[in-house]
Write a protein that binds this ligand. Sequence first.
Ligand SMILES: [Zn+2]
Length: 205
Amino acid sequence: MHLIVEFTYQYKVREAVFEKIGRISKILDKEDKVLIIRSVWRSFAHQKLLRDRRFKIIKKEYPDKSEKEIIKIVSYFIASEKKSIHSTGVAVDALIYDLKKDCVMDFGNNNGLHLELNKTCYPFHPDITDQVRKNRKLLISLFDKENFVVDPKEYWHFDYENVIWAIEKGEKFVLRNRLLFIYSTLCFILRMNNNHSNPFLKMVS
Ligand SMILES: [Zn+2]
């Protein structure tokens, strides 16, 4: 299994996600491609560092904007420490390296590993070339098969069994299932108690 990781960086991930990443890597191996893991679990300190770095870039780009306006722009792509899904360990940022071409695949907004944060980060933005669309489709389909959901704003970010995942997969469905389970358990208890002649429970059922 080939994985490209940065050795100075501490990678932490939940076990279920680790196995999924492994299976995706094996599929890419056969195509002479390598899964690049850019980020998985991120500490609050790391998230703050990313936000501070982005803040400086935006401030330079828009010197007349207020701090509040700059924070709003920064938050569009980089969440605050406490809101970051990466702190849960079930969000993965990934790209693909093409061994035959000896470079990171072209995903439209990337120069190698560097990502430009702009509107073309939307997974299937209309202003991307057919080749870029094809490359993104490959990345997204691999994660999709492992039951991840792609972030609607970032084609490289995938969520698994976290709040974003529940919303994308249908939160109502998850909640309904839980409620149905509680309801059927209650019915079972009532039935059992009826058999044991509990007058109150008989009345309720
Ligand atoms: Zn991410």
